[in-house]
Design a protein around this ligand. Structure first.
Ligand SMILES: [Fe+2]
Length: 303
């Protein structure tokens, strides 16, 4: 089974801007550059978990998912292949770049690339925050955070991600305007969410959770001094109880910066349906209303 969201990678013409944005605003630590000049960020003692590759356009590149060990990875690849998923083995160059022991990758029905890995490199006591913070990020056995993708068909996506990949439904939020499903693979309420956007596929946001509310508050103060857009105001979600703000990034991707997310226990968890995403706040800004939500691309008709 997939155990954690391990890392993510995007491409962007403004990758260099993440050196400052990622450290001085988000509070991540600059890690060594990738072989292609990718800016890489650490949020804990894992050598890096976020990579921004130089590229012609803003694009989602890959999500990396951590398996417990090599036995689990091999068994899972066999399971995927038995369901008709085409799985590719990572070559030594790719393993070296991602700093993992082993890697296999595949795409979802709309070309969202997922990498299955084990043995990602870590350096104990290496992490320090990129700006002054009271604490660090909530990772550990909850992984990096969560990713939210837009998919054209939520039911078809649910079948792929649940029936084949084994993501477990935490709950749904269904309103007049959107339909989102939230999935867990560890204690974090969701490591993945899928949002229906007919005719489109996209990477809406990456959520990073801080250990102390003060570090969320300080980020909000820092926005006054930076050219970064607020996409959704401070608010608290109904389902994972996260208090968070959504901000823009140099690359179209949104970052949800949160505190106080719920953890789930599969022994007692029962999926609910909510009619609204937030108890309060999370108001869409004018900027958010004027552009596509995240790195979003139209797909070919009929896909
Ligand atoms: Fe989120």
């Amino acid at each position: 089974m997939i155990q954690e969201l391990s890392y993510v990678g995007i491409g962007s013409p403004r990758s260099e801007e993440w050196r400052t944005y990622g450290t001085k605003l988000l509070g991540a630590m600059l890690a060594s550059d990738g072989p292609d000049g990718a800016v890489r960020l650490a949020v804990d003692d894992i050598n890096f978990r976020i990579a921004i590759h130089p590229g012609e356009e803003d694009e989602f590149r890959y999500a990396g998912w951590g398996m417990a060990n090599e036995t689990d990875l091999h068994a899972f690849v066999e399971h995927l292949e038995s369901h008709g998923v085409v799985v590719h083995a990572g070559d030594p160059e790719l393993l070296a770049e991602r700093e993992v022991a082993e890697l296999a990758w595949f795409e979802d029905p709309w070309g969202i690339r997922h990498e299955l890995t084990w043995g990602k490199a870590a350096t104990p006591l290496s992490f320090s925050t990129g700006r002054t913070m009271r604490g660090g990020f909530v990772t550990g056995d909850q992984g990096l955070g969560h990713v939210v993708f837009q998919v054209p068909d939520i039911e078809k996506a649910n079948r792929f991600y649940v029936d084949i990949l084994g993501f477990r439904l935490s709950d749904r939020i269904t309103t007049k305007y959107f339909s989102v499903r939230f999935y867990h693979i560890n204690g974090r309420h969701h490591s993945l969410a899928l949002s229906e956007f007919p005719g489109h596929v996209g990477f809406n946001h990456l959520m990073l959770e801080v250990e102390h509310m003060d570090d969320l508050g300080r980020l909000i103060d820092l926005l006054d001094t930076r050219d970064t857009d607020v996409m959704q105001s401070l608010g608290r979600h109904t389902n994972d109880l996260m208090t968070s703000v959504y901000i823009g990034s140099p690359s179209g991707l949104q970052i949800e910066y949160g505190y106080g997310g719920l953890t789930v226990d599969d022994l007692s968890w029962v999926a609910r349906t909510y009619g609204r995403p937030s108890y309060w706040g999370h108001k869409l800004s004018d900027v958010a209303k004027s552009r596509l939500p995240g790195i979003v691309k139209p797909i070919a008709a009929g896909a």
